[in-house]
Design a protein around this ligand. Structure first.
Ligand code: HEC
Length: 150
């Protein structure tokens, strides 16, 4: 009889625990929302993916993305941007963007790859995480025709 009481108590304790235990753990409370610059970068990555598809299919370029000029002034995540390092890469990227929009159709794939390279150059210095994604943005170029006697 005493034993049965003990078991009943234990049983109730286990049930009680099961009901008070949290059903699911909450995500970390200190996750900060993405910075203005991080959001712009995401938009740039989406732009590159669709521009890549246009280049591969020989389609027209998307409208010039004026808003990317904001990359020079958009607020970054704290500690992510040292302007002495960042600014020259940003200028180079924006210059490559202009070259891509000026390139004749036959040079467009090269100009596009130079743009991807401009993303990668900065990322190698400031934030290597997105490089995996950036490296997939290059378009394969045809092999140059070998010149005889060289
Ligand atoms: C001048 C330097 C620079 C250039 C050029 C640059 N980035 Fe970035 N990128 C950054 C920095 C700095 C961050 C971190 C931003 C932050 O956290 O505020 C970042 C963040 C990112 C992120 C992560 C965003 C997130 O979700 O947190 C992606 C993806 C990205 N860049 C892709 C690209 C692509 C694609 C290009 C080219 C079209 C590019 N970047 C060009 C500096 C650069």
């Amino acid at each position: 009889m005493r034993r049965t009481h003990l078991f009943t108590l234990l049983f109730l304790a286990v049930i009680g625990l099961a009901f008070t235990a949290p059903v699911h753990t909450r995500p970390a409370q200190d996750l900060k929302p993405a910075s203005e610059l991080a959001l712009l970068m995401r938009e740039m990555a989406v732009f590159m993916d669709s521009t890549r598809a246009h280049v591969v299919k020989g389609q027209d370029r998307l409208p010039y993305p004026e808003q990317f000029k904001k990359m020079r002034t958009a607020t970054p995540t704290e500690g992510m941007v040292d302007h002495a390092v960042y600014d020259p890469f940003a200028d180079h990227f924006l210059a490559s963007l202009d070259s891509f929009y000026k390139a004749k159709k036959k040079n467009r794939a090269q100009a596009y790859n130079a743009l991807v390279q401009a993303c990668a150059n900065c990322h190698m210095q400031v934030c290597p995480g997105p490089l995996v994604r950036i490296k997939k943005m290059y378009v394969p170029l045809p092999e140059p025709i070998p010149v005889k006697g060289k």
